[in-house]
Design a protein around this ligand. Sequence first.
Ligand code: GAP
Length: 516
Amino acid sequence: MEQKQDKLKDIISHAKEYGFIFPSSEIYDGLAATYDYGQLGSELKNNIKTYWWKAMVQMHENIVGIDAAIFMHPTTWKASGHVDAFNDPLIDNKDSKKRYRADVLIEEHIEKIRQKIEKEVEKGKSRFGNDFNETQFRATNPNVLRNAEKITQIEARMKSSLEDNDLEAVRNLILDLEIVCPISGSKNWTEVRQFNLMFSTELGSVAGDASTIYLRPETAQGIFVNFLNVQKSGRMKIPFGIAQIGKAFRNEIVARQFIFRMREFEQMEMQFFVRPGEEMKWYEYWKDAREKWHKNLGLGNQKYRFHDHIKLAHYANAACDIEFNFPMGFKELEGIHSRTDFDLKQHEQHSGKKLQFFDPEINESYVPYVVETSVGLDRLFLAVLSAAIQNEKLEDGTERVVLNIPPVLAPYKAAILPLIKKDGLPEKAREIQKLLQFEYNVQYDEKDAIGRRYRRQDAIGTPICITVDHQTLEDSTVTIRERDTMLQDRISIHEIQQRIADKASWRKILTDLKNN
Ligand code: GAP
């Protein structure tokens, strides 16, 4: 646990030191759970958005993107169910005065039992060696079975009490499981209460209910209310999707763990409109497609797992998360939800406007069903950063910190480094910079010894360093030094562009995705 916290601390301080992420309004001691992306952070974030947008919109002829306003008509949130049902169950520990999400306390308890099962499996592996049959072991080992049964029972109790909005039963479950406050260690819990997560404000100069508007808690509703606009103006035929990247706001009670849970964050969402009855086929399709998209980044396939929702949101008939192994353990990175026709039907009812599609193939009008993919941009940022940061011991006994960021996402694709600051080397290096900067974000750096400059680029994840030396002036060749292997080779200046493209171009990562 301590190790995990240390890892998160390392990431936070590295992110600040190199200009990826700063605490918001830091000169005023910051604002809880709010962060600013710095000069390198915004580059990395933009690259993540581009990977998503290109894969989602550019590579699918039946998906288009929009950019809806954050403010929406207040009835939107009544119709969507957020005014009445977008709540978190809260519980306070009376001794530490700390507030928790009751469902998260229970889920963390379940996770501990799950870890016991994994430990048992690991023990089995080392005991039986090559003869180990994991499936059989999981199906027969008494300790594994007992713990699996415990999980099933807890999940069933949690599901039914949350679905019935029976907050007393949620509290009783916490008491029965003897869950203690991580700060005070006591079981002195308050009642469980519901808390609405939407931020509200007033529109214009008149206060009162009529002018209360909300900061959107998800970008999805901007897509639903534009369903017909996009379908008609784009002559879209079902199945088709509408994608959007944008800010969302939630008054999270327990906003901790750096950029994992913030009150202002960004989502990349896509609503896929399908024929009623075909939603499960498309749900499976998008689960598979999204898993491939994530794994194509190369952060490590073992870092992902699916988790089916225990309690379905008010709009869903199937839902799961793609979880990522963050420094704090496996946690939700993306949600995939089969939202039925709930949202469009609700908007039909509340607006009095028809939101239907005439399907010429079956000669019928219907309200389409929706499968949604929704990934948190900031969470993906944290996933990339935490998987990338490495402290390496080198053969010569020294150490380096290197960010093995997927090259296409790196803030700078290359650094151009004149070996020394004279003899015409800076001028030559500037020429190369000018050549590359139309296509790639590159950095010129002439300060300090070359070894230190390499280390600096390693620490910010630049995949390629291009060193200009005296030989460059004679034969127009440069030294290329690779971030991950630290190997060096010499190529001619006119080959540099291709070298970067082979490693870090959109074409490369999107081709890999398509071929997967
Ligand atoms: N439209 C569906 C929706 O909003 P969600 O599971 O509540 O579903 C989707 O959110 C994704 O948004 C999550 O998987 C997570 O990555 C991200 N997200 C949600 N709340 C967040 C928060 N407070 N801070 C950062 N990211 C968050």
